[in-house]
Ligand binder design. Sequence first.
Ligand SMILES: *[C@@H]1O[C@H](CO)[C@@H](O)[C@H](O)[C@H]1NC(C)=O
Length: 178
Amino acid sequence: MRASRTLAMALPAIVAGQKPQYPPPFPPTPVLPSSINYAPSVTPNIMDTTAPNAQVLCPGYTASDVQETTTGLTADLTLGGQGCNAHGNDVKYLTLSVQYQSQERLAVRIYPKHLQPSNQSLYILSPSFTPQPGIGYGASKASSDLTFTWTNSPSFQFKVVRASSGEIIFDTYGQNRI
Ligand SMILES: *[C@@H]1O[C@H](CO)[C@@H](O)[C@H](O)[C@H]1NC(C)=O
């Protein structure tokens, strides 16, 4: 009997100790600074009726200096005129890199041509964040099940198709401006 009375007296203390405290005993710190309200709108263009129409205004890119190897290609992409900055600041000179890394893996990368250690991490994800396999042994364009097709007409466009099924995996054709 004595033991259970001790327990009954001890219980409320435990419950009170676990009870969350509302409001918190200190002024809550905002997660984002109030200066966030002065930042440009990030409403997606498709929901913003006042947004510029990239298909009308933007010059698109042109591929040049295309270097093909058995495992892929590289090329320069150059903005075809005045930037329209519809999707953020247009970068005038880009590099395109396409690697047939295995029969089932194709790596397409587009990144600014002129990068320095000071700004590289803004555009290229470091391998320390995610594995980035390279070109596997025996991989080649000829043995890949994935095809990369591109055109400069009317401006740079490309698509990736699974050859065995005809499935279109990625496609910017029909969008004159990417
Ligand atoms: C990266 O920094 C270099 C050196 O400041 C500059 O020339 C280059 O334009 C920058 N690249 C981009 C994409 O801003």
